[in-house]
Design a protein around this ligand. Sequence first.
Ligand SMILES: Nc1ccn([C@@H]2O[C@H](COP(=O)(O)O)[C@@H](O)[C@H]2O)c(=O)n1
Length: 270
Amino acid sequence: MKVHFHGTAAFEGIPSLFCHCETCKQAKVLGGKNIRTRTSVLIDEVLKIDFPADTLHHSIRDSVDMDKVRDLLFTHSHSDHLYPEDLLIRAFGYAQFNEEEELHLYGHDLPIKHCSQLLATERHRFQFHNLKPFETVHTQTATITPLLANHDPKETCLLYLIEKDGKTIFYGHDSGWFPKPTWDWLKGKKLDLAILECTTGNAEQCDGHMNVKDTLKTRDWLVENHVMQAEGRIVVTHFSHNAHLLHEDLVQIFEQSGITVAYDGMQLEI
Ligand SMILES: Nc1ccn([C@@H]2O[C@H](COP(=O)(O)O)[C@@H](O)[C@H]2O)c(=O)n1
């Protein structure tokens, strides 16, 4: 299975619009893996998680054929994860198509409501699917189970367990320490890859997100509960410029735990 990290930043991106913090200044000078756009991942070119406004940039930067994507999963409705206006680009009259295949959209009530309302007056090729936490769904490309995140009390934010071609991925941002039902549900599972977040770096305060301590504690929990082997593949993503950590700082923090720090454009095979 090919996992392609399109974007690896939190809401503001790095360097962030309007920001003159040292991290943003250094990221501009150093470039490369320090440049981070809003978080999204593409699996095997057909299953995409989240749809930020940076998707056009991702498709140009990495030569992604977005029309190959069959299933689009949303974690929640915040604008750095769902920019529904750009889905209009796939409606009739905007994109030119050779075929009539539908793109299936999956999320809880709010993202699906935003997308369906926006597209209601258009002729389009979308199908909408309302997900319920812990109810497994067979999509066109994978078997997915939405799990509860601890992120925004105003909506039901989701994490995902994704099973495809005999491999299992846990997709785990945006969330602070997971709600108990999610930990309970993960017990007994076997993961080939866990994608975790570390939005706030070394900050102590991290409501709705994880800091370095939480990310490492999550890794330990996964290993202690035999959900992952000690040498199992863990990738960390969704970084904020307000954590004030450049890519190499993050690599130093996580390399002794065997955790890979994602960067924009990174691809891995599991
Ligand atoms: N506990 C937190 C929460 C947020 N931030 C800042 O917000 C940005 C991301 O927020 P989202 O919840 O929209 O993903 C993040 O980049 C931080 O600047 C924070 O610092 N601490």
